[in-house]
Design a protein. Sequence first.
Length: 255
Amino acid sequence: MATLFGNAVGDGVVMRETGRPLKANMYTLLVGPSGRGNKGKAIHDARQFIDPAADDAWERRQLYGLASGEGLMLKLADKDPEHCVPCDDPRLLVEVPEFSNVLEKQGREGSILSDTLRNAWDGKPLQNPTKDAAMRASRHHLSILSGITGEELEEYLHRYPNLLSNGFLNRFLMFSVLGVGSKPFGKIPMSIIDPRVIRLRAALTAARDTDLEMQMTDGARVLWGGELYEHHRRPATNGMGKMYERCGPYTLKYA
């Protein structure tokens, strides 16, 4: 749900206390078995709360599937390439049911998909120097929701070991989804959804109406400035550790 909310809220919410501006956009990868893991249901359930709470324009800033870095730039471009008019909404939520397709496409010769996704997460301007110079995205707020099985993830890590070394995968916050405790009748009652939608709509409206700089509380500053920061700064000693080297920024985004 945090990924959906963080995209719907836009790029006006920012934290600067650590020096580097951090916004609410996230890349989230659900890892679990096919079918039984309920990865798709997890996203569906979260959408029941966020979709009715978000503004109408957000629905038009969503993309299903991810084919290429060039195609992503077109969606994030400062100007609509067809009508040559400015695009004043930097938000884009990309939902990719099968993350294995992304891993396959980023590994193809000449693909700029990996570079584009890494630069977008970092908040850098996006532009393909070998293509149309007018296709530039200087302001963007990209979030990604996707899923993969553990076996597929392991396969692609062996096939493309640079997924760890170049920082591509550690920009994705991974969650293990096992479907434990799922029920035969899993519909969420409206008595649970409705009051939370009201609260979420109020929070989104307040954040969208004005730029908002988030500040740590005194207690949070003590925690982050001590052992928690040192823990995040410890270098990774193995491949699995490298997958979580951006847990520091994600801790702050979630906070």
